[in-house]
Design a protein around this ligand. Sequence first.
Ligand code: PMP
Length: 409
Amino acid sequence: MLNKDIRKHFPILQQEINGHPLVYLDSAATSQKPQQVIDAMSNYYEKDNSNVHRGVHTLGNQATEAYEGARDKVRDFINAKSREEIIFTRGTTTSLNIVAQSYGRANVGEGDEIVITHMEHHSNIIPWQQLAKEKGAVLKFIDLEEDGTITLDKVRETVTERTKIVSIMHVSNVLGTVNPIKEITEIAHANGAIMVVDGAQAAPHMKVDVQQLDCDFYAFSGHKMVGPTGIGVLYGKKELLNKMEPVEFGGEMIDFVGLYESTWKELPWKFEGGTPIIAGAVGLGAAIDYLEEIGLDNVEKHEQHLAEYAMKKMSEVEGVTIYGPLEPEKRASLITFNLNDVHPHDLATVLDMHGIAVRAGHHCCQPLMKWLDVSATARASFYIYNTEEDVDRLVDGLRIAKEYFNDVN
Ligand code: PMP
């Protein structure tokens, strides 16, 4: 377990909600931010703020150094070969849309296949639906096993020589499943397809090495990894990014502009139209520093322990149904569940009355809800600042909710 003092680094966690110390179990939606990240951003605004790249004055240079320095930290964080492969975006959704609109439009034609799974987040479904409609391509889904995992046999059955793109989440934000990305990438490549990874729920929680995974694109968001909202990353292999057209035109991405023809900057800037998200990148850089000080291995171990503890404690509450694989080693640190026939929104409201924040709803995964045959679920998701006591408070809350709804019914 990580040191409990970590909690003290997060000012927001020091408060009471509805008269109870806050137990924040919604980090899969967005994580909280340590003082270090908040300070890095206010320091940037207090001392360095200016627009990047164009300035010949000192502040312009400081802002450029801060922004480009953050890119180097991201490169290191995911072990990309070069800094040109790191594109700053608004987040995972924007990153995936860039791949669909730029690579997809240029490389997918009528009758070609795009392969995804039933567990994907809407952000990794709709860009491909739109592309398939536009191009007359076929969107195919890899079937899930009963416990919500993917087998490589099913991947082999679904991916064919007509497949141009395989796009799969690294870790499910509902089932907690950790998908075998390296092996799926091998299958995609053997069929001549590229591999796109939605890493929104993986990058904050485990060491990601894009060279080892050998995927072609990897997308993630700063706000789920103790960084600010509004900043994310698209990693892409240089040889692919070099051939792709930008999707946003103007501002920082231009090289020469004529009345009827223009040219773009080199990578990575050709994909960063307009004034970039400078303070966001600085915050993301500080978030990476913070996570690396703790060590991603330690983050993973801590979460594994919490997930195991929570699975055990929550299954002891009669009436709790947990979705996804039940073996802790097959899953990440989040638990999606229902309590008898209590609507998850009602359950989350009662927990909130006791200072416990969990998410309720479809978690941006409506096709997966259909697959699970539920309209909605509750979800408790854990991060570095959560403790066994938080899990105990959740379990107490579930017992209180049970009594409350039994009394009402
Ligand atoms: N994919 C997954 C698996 C997610 O959990 C999320 C965020 N809930 C997203 C994509 C979208 O991320 P963002 O909203 O930061 O673009």
